[in-house]
Design a protein around this ligand. Structure first.
Ligand SMILES: *[C@@H]1O[C@H](CO)[C@@H](O)[C@H](O)[C@H]1NC(C)=O
Ligand SMILES: *[C@@H]1O[C@H](CO)[C@@H](O)[C@H](O)[C@H]1NC(C)=O
Ligand SMILES: *[C@@H]1O[C@H](CO)[C@@H](O)[C@H](O)[C@H]1NC(C)=O
Ligand SMILES: *[C@@H]1O[C@H](CO)[C@@H](O)[C@H](O)[C@H]1NC(C)=O
Length: 564
């Protein structure tokens, strides 16, 4: 796999989806399903809702209620029984509109009980579709399970909230350490309706902050000429990209998706340089690099240099001058990440201006407004920015043209397009991905890969998305390399996207919650405890007559926790 893979992943995007919305929800949550995807006052229309083919408008059951004459369907709390297809049909004299939802309910609830919750009352939710008696079980340590006695009136610890209702939620009073365990709610015929994990978290015993034993610099890269270093980083990058893709796809299944794995990985790798012990291991796992890969920073530098003609990557450090940054961290940041450590200024406005202008410069003005303010508690900012610009090797028609673009909900919109009726590009149907793939050669050694699902139906897009693993994408690139270009008619929308995924959630999904709580960043600074206060990501992408323009950046804001 070459450079192209990294770039092609940077440029993935998915169009808006709507006609069937797929939602994954956790039991116990509240769901509001609108019948229309837009604001409306169709007062004359009749609206009916169906659940798995059955009309539920007249007789909603359980936790389902129809609101505002059918404009909304509300489910609260969601349980496993609510899983399935919901269809809203709106009819009036002239039009009939249909909206579908496919709801999947996650099978497990993790109820995490904190030490300060001990003694409280917990509700273990379990709702049947019809009135029924639930059987509640608790799994025992030896793998067996016992049925819970709900009639134990004496100690009153367990009780059904509504004994005669389809809602068979269990109340657990006066929770104690030994209530931790796995609880399941089943119907009498053995169907599992909920599984609830109760975890009791014991507060960690506070130890005074010390960096003793963790201040040695990042170990040198012994074998700079090793032939395995480069493929190792590329492999990590590809795996990391697909991991991010799958997280983001799940968290926003219907929106446009745009992100830059290389920028996120660039920022996290830079932080890795100052991370020690468990924090180091967690970041290594998150960015998919093996623990013994000491040359990761050296290889990041190589990657940056190799790509410089098409994708420019830059890093920077802004720091509070009151803070003694570790000298070896500063030196290695200069050596591997080419930073020019810069002092933070007196006030938020000056800092905001300084950071935004650095970002604007490094993204060639594609992103000019990254932050609106810089908190006075911020001690250190690690920044990464990338900028990509590739010209089409084969130019599109110069004439301004508009064409139809079909959105996933079936709506057609007129948009400015790029058009060519005799374009030379490699194209083939890639069976493994169930998609038509075309490769557009760009200046430098880059390419833009466009994947077209078999139809504009949401389900077909979903198929493609599910098949996009790093192996499948790598194979696609290999296959496309040996496919000779052919003449094809090309119509592309002149896309322009500017997206800001929630980086704090992403960091948690990557298994790095500890960065916000109690990280070991002793390689960076040793006098006080540091924590990650905030992280952002902003990505920009455009297809123009000239080519592909993209930019992205990631700032990590780090604060200091002083021991009382
Ligand atoms: C809903 O979506 C899931 C996941 O895509 C699928 O397995 C299931 O068959 C769908 N349900 C219906 C009733 O179509
Ligand atoms: C920073 O380091 C210098 C020299 O080691 C020391 O004199 C100074 O007190 C340190 N500053 C802080 C804020 O700890
Ligand atoms: C950092 O770099 C400076 C200048 O190159 C050098 O004098 C210093 O010894 C280095 N410090 C460490 C800890 O590597
Ligand atoms: C970025 O800054 C450098 C150095 O100040 C300058 O030479 C360059 O023209 C700037 N680039 C942009 C796009 O503003």
């Amino acid at each position: 796999m070459k450079l192209q893979a990294v770039l092609c992943i940077l440029l993935q995007l998915i169009f808006e989806l709507s006609s069937c919305t797929y939602l994954r929800v956790t039991p116990g949550s509240t769901l509001e399903l609108p019948c229309l995807s837009f604001q409306s006052d169709f007062t004359a229309a009749t609206i009916t809702w169906q659940f798995n083919g059955k009309d539920i408008s007249e007789h909603p059951y359980g936790s389902v209620t129809v609101k505002k004459d059918g404009l909304y369907l509300s489910i609260s709390p969601v349980t496993a029984a609510n899983e399935g297809n919901y269809v809203c049909v709106m009819k009036d004299d002239q039009v009939e509109m249909i909206r579908m939802y496919n709801i999947t309910v996650d099978g497990e609830i993790h109820t995490s009980l904190h030490h300060f919750d001990l003694g409280l009352t917990l509700k273990l939710v379990c709702v049947f579709q019809v009135v029924a008696n639930a059987l509640w079980f608790r799994e025992t340590d030896d793998g067996g399970r016992v049925m819970l006695n709900l009639q134990d009136e004496e100690n009153n610890k367990l009780e059904l909230l509504y004994p005669l209702d389809h809602d068979q939620t269990l109340i657990l009073r006066d929770t104690a350490m030994d209530d931790a365990g796995i609880y399941t709610c089943e119907s009498t015929d053995g169907k599992k309706l909920s599984t609830i994990y109760i975890i009791v978290e014991v507060p960690p015993t506070e130890t005074p902050h010390t960096c003793e034993g963790f201040t040695t610099p990042w170990e040198p890269c012994q074998d700079q000429n090793s032939r395995t270093g480069e493929p190792m980083l590329q492999e990590s990058m590809a795996e990391f990209s697909m991991k991010l893709y799958s997280y983001l796809r799940q968290s926003d299944p219907s929106g446009n998706l745009l992100f830059s794995p290389i920028s996120i990985s660039g920022a996290l790798s830079h932080l890795l340089l100052g991370a020690r012990d468990n924090t180091r291991k967690a970041i290594e796992r998150a960015v998919c690099v093996p623990h013994e890969f000491h040359c990761v920073h050296f290889q990041m530098k190589r990657l940056r240099e190799r790509m410089a003609s098409s994708l420019q990557m830059a890093s920077q450090i802004f720091y509070n001058p009151q803070m003694n940054l570790s000298e070896s961290f500063t030196n290695q940041s200069i050596q591997f990440y080419d930073v020019e450590p810069t002092r933070l200024l007196e006030n938020s406005e000056e800092n905001t201006r300084m950071i935004n202008s650095w970002v604007a410069n490094k993204t060639k003005n594609k992103i000019t407004q990254l932050v609106d303010s810089v908190s006075p508690s911020t001690q250190l900012i690690l920044l990464n920015a990338v900028s990509f610009s590739g010209q089409w090797k084969v130019k599109f028609d110069e004439k301004q043209k508009k064409g139809h673009f079909t959105k996933l909900n079936g709506d057609m919109v007129k948009v400015p397009i790029l058009f060519h009726h005799n374009y030379m590009a490699a194209m083939m149907f890639v069976v493994e991905l169930k998609a038509q793939v075309a490769r557009f050669a760009l200046s430098g050694d880059s390419s833009l890969y466009i994947l077209l699902p078999r139809s504009s139906k949401a389900a077909d897009l979903q198929h493609v998305e599910e098949k996009m693993t790093d192996t499948a994408v790598r194979q696609m690139i290999e296959q496309m390399k040996t496919t000779p270009p052919q003449q094809i008619e090309v119509t592309l929308p002149q896309i322009k996207l500017d997206v800001q995924p929630d980086m704090n959630i992403l960091i948690k999904k990557l298994g790095l919650s500890s960065l916000f709580e109690n990280p070991n960043l002793c390689g960076l600074y040793s006098e006080d405890k540091l924590v990650l206060d905030d992280a952002r990501h902003r990505a920009f992408f455009a297809l123009t007559k000239q080519g592909v323009e993209a930019g992205a950046n990631v700032p990590l804001f780090i604060g200091r926790v002083t021991d009382p």
